[in-house]
Write a protein that binds this ligand. Structure first.
Ligand code: S3P
Length: 178
């Protein structure tokens, strides 16, 4: 296994951090949203609109189950709602080290405002919706995580350094300064 999994709310930086982390650790990256879109040959928005959220959530669990049997030493970035199912949290734990990129509602809002690709945020007051979903989800993210990293106000470099320290500690590597 030995994977590093990034979880957190939409817009917390999972995709960008994941990509940079994959360069830094020289490991390939997998994104569950992209895997599902590839398999389904349609966008997440289309899936939600045509088959509904429950169908999408089942696809997420299936995708995670598949990864549990195949992914080794990879970076895995997962959709913001995936850790909510208990079954998924157990699968995440089996997959590797789970890192929660924790962001405040305002930070998230600034990053996702104007975005049309996330069906759950296509509402009149996205900031309010983000706040409500965050309150609901934060305990589940924490329950799923081995490590929580607060990302507000930090540069990607800082976030990556923190993640790398945790990965090295878990994998028993000593980081050498200079
Ligand atoms: C969702 C997050 C999205 C995507 C879908 C639902 C959620 O992924 O899976 O729109 O419920 O938080 P990102 O977190 O990568 O935006």
């Amino acid at each position: 296994m030995g994977n590093v999994i990034l979880i957190g709310f939409m817009g917390c930086g999972k995709s960008t951090v994941g990509l940079r982390l994959s360069y830094r650790l020289r490991r390939t990256i997998i994104d569950t949203d992209k895997e599902i879109e590839k398999e389904e040959q349609r966008t997440i928005s289309d899936i939600f609109a045509t088959d509904g959220e429950t169908y999408f959530r089942d696809r997420e669990t299936a995708c995670l189950r598949k990864l549990t049997g195949s992914a080794n030493n990879q970076i895995i970035s997962v959709g913001g709602g995936l850790p909510l199912r208990e079954e998924n949290r157990e699968l995440l734990h089996e997959l590797g080290q789970v890192i929660y990129l924790r962001a405040k509602g305002e930070t998230i809002y600034e990053r996702v405002k104007g975005d049309t690709t996330r069906p759950l945020l296509q509402v009149d007051d996205p900031l309010k919706k983000i706040g409500a979903l965050l309150d609901e989800r934060d305990p589940y993210y924490k329950a799923a995580a081995d490590v929580v990293i607060a990302v507000d106000g930090k540069s990607f470099e800082q976030i990556l350094n923190e993640i790398e320290e945790h990965v090295n500690a878990r994998e028993g590597k000593v980081s050498v300064e200079g």
